[in-house]
Design a protein around this ligand. Sequence first.
Ligand code: AMP
Length: 114
Amino acid sequence: MEKTLFQKIADKEIPAAIVYEDELCVAFRDIAPAAPVHVLLIPRKPIPSIAAATAEDAELLAHLMLKVGDIARAEGIEASGFRTVLNTGDDGGQTVPHLHIHIIGGRSLQWPPG
Ligand code: AMP
């Protein structure tokens, strides 16, 4: 199966500003940041979306959730607050079919999104 864009980033075939990586996940700066801090956190495993995750992925998903706080702390936005977003499918605005968690902060964000 053809690699997703984000698999290519995780495998260092496409350059990205990586801020964190371990054996299960990679975090890198969004190429079109929506705020002063905009990091994408992905599993190395190419799960297409959160809706495609299964019970087999439970530990991996827990790992990703715990990394969100670590990354927010490292980016200096834990105290000011931030948003985590998982876009899913067309109506959700998902453009890359590889599960990714947006970590967005560094400014006051509006709710609900447009
Ligand atoms: P989504 O719309 O939720 O699928 O988010 C995909 C995100 O990937 C968008 O915010 C894009 O700006 C970002 N993106 C696309 N290509 C790259 C890239 N080569 N490096 C970093 N971020 C990217």
